[in-house]
Design a protein around this ligand. Sequence first.
Ligand SMILES: CSC[C@H]1O[C@H](OP(=O)(O)O)[C@H](O)[C@@H]1O
Ligand SMILES: Nc1ncnc2[nH]cnc12
Length: 296
Amino acid sequence: MRADKGTHWHLGVIGGSGLAAGIELDDAQEIRVASPFGEPSGPVVTGWLGGVRMTFLARHGAGHAIPPSAVNYRANIDVLKRCGVTDILSLSAIGSLREEMAPGQFVIVDQFIDRTAGRAGSFFGTGLVAHVSLADPVCPRLSALAAASAQAGGAAVHPQGTYVAIEGPQFSTRAESHMYRAWGADVIGMTAMPEARLAREAELPYALLGMVTDYDCWRADTAGVEVSDVLAVMHHNAGLARQTVRALAARLPERRDPSPIDTALEQALITAPEARDPALIARLDAVACRLFGERD
Ligand SMILES: CSC[C@H]1O[C@H](OP(=O)(O)O)[C@H](O)[C@@H]1O
Ligand SMILES: Nc1ncnc2[nH]cnc12
């Protein structure tokens, strides 16, 4: 049995630092969704925005209790898929590694360097091996729509940027910050990996709207990052972020045409059918429902 996404959008929104309160939705319902991958960050809020189905999840849980290393990224992506989400927009606070990407501005991230360690980074494993392509890790369609929506709301938007994901929870040293710049990274954060790679494994097109909150610590005359600075900018920007999501809902074409990412697993599975682990396949009832059966 193969589940199709059909032609309707169902946008999943993951809200990061300063955005736990979420987006106001019509007919909103808070639902606890169980996942075979463990506890998600919290209940989802699902409803409608301008006629578009939307499901929101606060990445760090209520009251920002979950640090970046302890976010259960697999469960979060799994429950969004289980809710029927077709695409994911991630909202994140980011530090800037470039003069021209100033605090208060938005960056539509299109590449990643992953410096995280020890996070569960795949839904697959022994008994079902999959290698999805991550060359182009974000969805160009959703990214372009998010950029246009942010711009329409008056935000200064950089349409591209490379995000280095650090393990945290500490901010970087100045030496690290200089090194990431030399590597070609433009912005820095602690959460987009493995979130983006898991979204790809779940065949969910993913876009990241980063909100610059600080200059990290590479500038000689700038003090190190403080959480209070990040939250002050986010507080200021949260309205613009919510406005961007509303504008995005209005801008989505009536019909959702298929994306190549909807079938990302098609060429990725390498384990022979007879060597596959039924228990692992059972856990993939949502993530790989298109290949292994409908969700109940
Ligand atoms: C509060 S500063 C550091 C914190 O902010 C970012 O979170 P998110 O990506 O969820 O908006 C960053 O990645 C760190 O987790
Ligand atoms: N400078 C920074 N480093 C890591 N994560 C961040 N989130 C916001 N600013 C950050």
